[in-house]
Design a protein around this ligand. Structure first.
Ligand SMILES: C[S@@+](CC[C@H](N)C(=O)[O-])C[C@H]1O[C@@H](n2cnc3c(N)ncnc32)[C@H](O)[C@@H]1O
Length: 315
């Protein structure tokens, strides 16, 4: 089968938003070629992972490659994608060069292209993420293994926003907790919370592809009796109070539902918010405080921020 490869040269800041646009446009996969991936000392942060070939990476910024089936609608879809990306600047997101190129490729060229960059990664005290096609022996009995096939959903578990969420879950989830995962993507955080001893995890995503992918991964990790995955928009129709709510979405989206989150977080419970670029940190903190949360900790990795906030106990 022939596919159209849409290649977009952009900034780190715009990756997540553009990936969402591409998924919404029907892209069956998004490959991220990140200049920082090549440049940074991954060995220090994540342990030795893999040898990188400089030819696979742009000199600066990020190249996103999305794959769409060749069809008569392609022209329109590409125009819609270009317009949606242009509109991101109205949200204060710098899309950089925003060069868009289109070429035709064979299915076998892209379906596995990204897998060569994805190997077992120890991402926190306890969590190691292992792609399904790799074998891995745990090094200690304490280690928690998340097996993932991200398929077409965000993420591989190694994005800084996800890494910080897993570290935050490690600090906050207690045995028997109720957890809600808003924007579950591949289901990585829901699985993490279940492995940490949560009694029940409610995971949801607006994107049907993510819901399918998360369901597969939840099953793969044998936590389907703990974590349910549904299609949903933020906390609409969520009534179950939670000890921990985690949301790794864009700052603008987080700020739109801090009041709703306050309603479902139990007193003394935590709201973990991530996917926030450095420039939006203060806005999100203010939105959380206005809703009634107390900021407990602010974590940073690269230019990404994760905020842990608590719903105070009544006097
Ligand atoms: C950055 S990904 C995070 C995935 C995963 N939780 C992680 O940490 O790797 C954000 C996810 O939020 C979902 N999302 C975006 N807007 C949403 C909304 N309004 N309601 C529910 N999910 C949404 C996207 O489809 C995407 O899967």
């Amino acid at each position: 089968m022939k596919w159209s490869e849409l290649s977009i040269h952009t900034t780190h800041e715009a990756v997540e938003a553009i990936s969402n646009i591409l998924h919404e446009a029907g892209a069956s996969g998004v490959v991220i070629e990140d200049s920082m991936e090549f440049a940074r000392e991954r060995q220090d942060m994540f342990g030795e992972i893999y040898a990188l070939d400089p030819n696979d990476f742009p000199a600066k910024g990020v190249i996103l490659k999305a794959y769409l089936p060749v069809s008569s609608f392609l022209g329109e879809t590409v125009e819609e994608v270009k317009l949606a990306i242009k509109n991101l600047s109205t949200y204060g997101i710098n899309v950089g060069e925003n060069e868009v190129a289109i070429s035709e490729v064979n299915e076998e060229d892209w379906a596995t292209a990204w897998k060569k960059y994805y190997h077992p990664v120890k991402i926190s005290e306890r969590f190691t993420i292992v792609p399904t096609w790799e074998t891995y022996e745990p090094v200690s009995t304490d280690e928690l293994i998340i097996e993932l096939d991200p398929g077409m959903a965000f993420g591989t578990g190694t994005h800084p926003t996800t890494v910080m969420c897993l570290q935050a879950l490690e600090k906050t989830v207690k045995s028997g907790d109720y957890v809600t995962d808003v924007g579950t993507g591949s289901g990585v955080l829901a699985i993490g919370a279940a492995l940490l001893g949560a009694k029940h995890v409610h995971a949801l995503d607006l994107d049907e592809v993510a819901v399918r992918s998360a369901k597969i991964n939840v099953k793969l990790n044998n936590v389907e009796h703990i974590a349910d995955v549904v299609h949903g928009n933020l906390l609409d129709n969520v009534e179950q109070e939670s000890d921990v709510v985690v949301a790794n979405i864009l700052a603008e989206i987080i700020m739109s539902f801090t009041d709703d989150a306050f309603q479902i977080v139990k007193e003394g419970g935590m709201f973990i918010t991530s996917g926030i670029i450095g420039a939006k940190k203060e806005d999100v903190k203010q939105s959380l405080e206005t809703a009634g949360f107390i900021i407990v900790e602010v974590m940073m990795m690269e230019d990404w921020v994760t905020i842990l906030s608590m719903k105070p106990l009544k006097e």
